[in-house]
Design a protein around this ligand. Structure first.
Ligand code: KG4
Ligand code: ZN
Length: 332
């Protein structure tokens, strides 16, 4: 079964063709990041307009790269939410029209579940049940994934998402947007013990996160050290990154132990941080827990993960009716 996946929840217009939920025939991502970088973050109205311009060429490119025509598509999957409403509407309406015109099944995919499904595109995916972390610019959610359709959320951030903390710290340091990649690069030459930043663990048994205290501590440190040279900035980047990684790693391992899971998967933009994945893998190994992370091409927003999740929904007959619309936030 060949699925056309479409993603437009934030600042990437993406389309992909995936066979049987596992084999990526093509995956095209048109990023708007350069446009939004000028404003230091995503401008929703600009994002919607750029999706409108990009959606048809991106879908055509995905079909061409897969070497197929529209007639070969057996089902359509598009992100329904959460995300920016105006942005979501562009991809979802396109998908709805495409499916309706061709009498194809349509799956309205939850973007966060799709990030977890980026792990199902690995050659050796995790097997159920496992613990999953979706960590991006908008979310830091831990799930207990017990079947292809059951995602029990164990915890989430109470303030900033981990990626958002990277972006805000980078902005404070004048490093531009998005902050994750540049902080990771800078951190490589820094001393992670140079500044002692707080690790907010909240209550002992909580799987929730809080990164705003860490962000404020970095702001205070920068205020007290206004003339940092490159080495000093690298120290701040390394100390901040280590604090984030420390919290994520400790909570994930605790979740795996408490749910008796021997596998942890991480997905979303921040899982592109290889220092994080390496640290988590090393620490988890001590507890005989295996760690799974997507390749870099599937960490950020993409449509292959949407098609992979949509495939299982179509197989499960979870189809999108004409009354179902996009949504900005997860209800549960
Ligand atoms: O999943 P994504 O592309 O978009 C959503 O937010 O849904 O994630 C983007 C986020 C940004 O906050 C960015 O700074 C962060 O992922 N990010 C990273 C890295 N690469 C991207 N954070 C830490 N280290 C990285 N290497
Ligand atoms: Zn995302």
């Amino acid at each position: 079964m060949i699925i056309l996946g479409i993603e437009s929840s934030c600042d990437e217009t993406a389309a992909a063709v995936v066979k049987d939920g596992r084999q990526i025939l093509s995956s095209v991502v048109a990023s708007q990041v350069d446009t939004h970088a000028k404003y230091g973050g995503v401008v929703p109205e600009l994002a919607s307009r750029m999706h409108v311009e990009a959606i048809t060429p991106v879908v055509d490119q995905a079909l061409a790269d897969a070497g197929i025509t529209r007639d070969a598509i057996d089902g359509v999957a598009a992100t329904r939410g959460p995300g920016l409403i105006g942005a979501l509407l562009v991809g979802f309406s396109f998908a709805r029209a495409f499916a309706w015109a061709r009498k194809l099944p349509l799956a309205g995919v939850n973007h966060l579940e799709a990030h977890i499904y980026s792990l199902m595109l690995l050659e050796h995916p995790p097997v159920f049940p496992f613990i999953a972390l979706v960590v991006s610019g908008g979310h830091t959610n831990i799930y207990h994934v017990t079947s292809p359709h059951d995602f029990k959320r164990l915890g989430q951030t109470r303030d900033d998402a981990a990626g958002e903390a990277f972006d805000k710290v980078a902005k404070m340091m004048g490093l531009g947007y998005p902050g994750g990649p540049v902080i990771e690069r800078l951190a490589k030459t820094g001393n992670p013990a140079a500044a002692s930043f707080p690790r907010s663990m909240l209550q002992k048994d909580s799987f929730d996160f809080s990164f705003s205290g860490l962000k404020s501590a970095v702001a205070r440190y920068l205020h007290e050290h206004p003339d940092l040279d490159e080495a000093g900035k690298a120290d701040v980047a390394a100390s901040f990154q280590t604090a984030v990684i420390d919290v994520l790693t400790r909570k994930l391992i605790r979740a795996a132990l408490s749910c008796k899971c021997s596998q942890i998967g991480v997905a979303g933009g921040v899982s592109a941080n290889r220092t994080f994945v390496e640290t988590l893998t090393r620490e988890a190994k001590k507890r005989r827990i295996d760690v799974y992370a997507p390749p870099l091409s599937l960490c950020g927003d993409n449509a292959a993960m949407i098609a992979a999740r949509g495939y299982t929904m179509i197989q499960n007959n979870e189809l999108c009716g004409p009354d179902q619309d996009v949504y900005s936030r997860v209800k549960v």
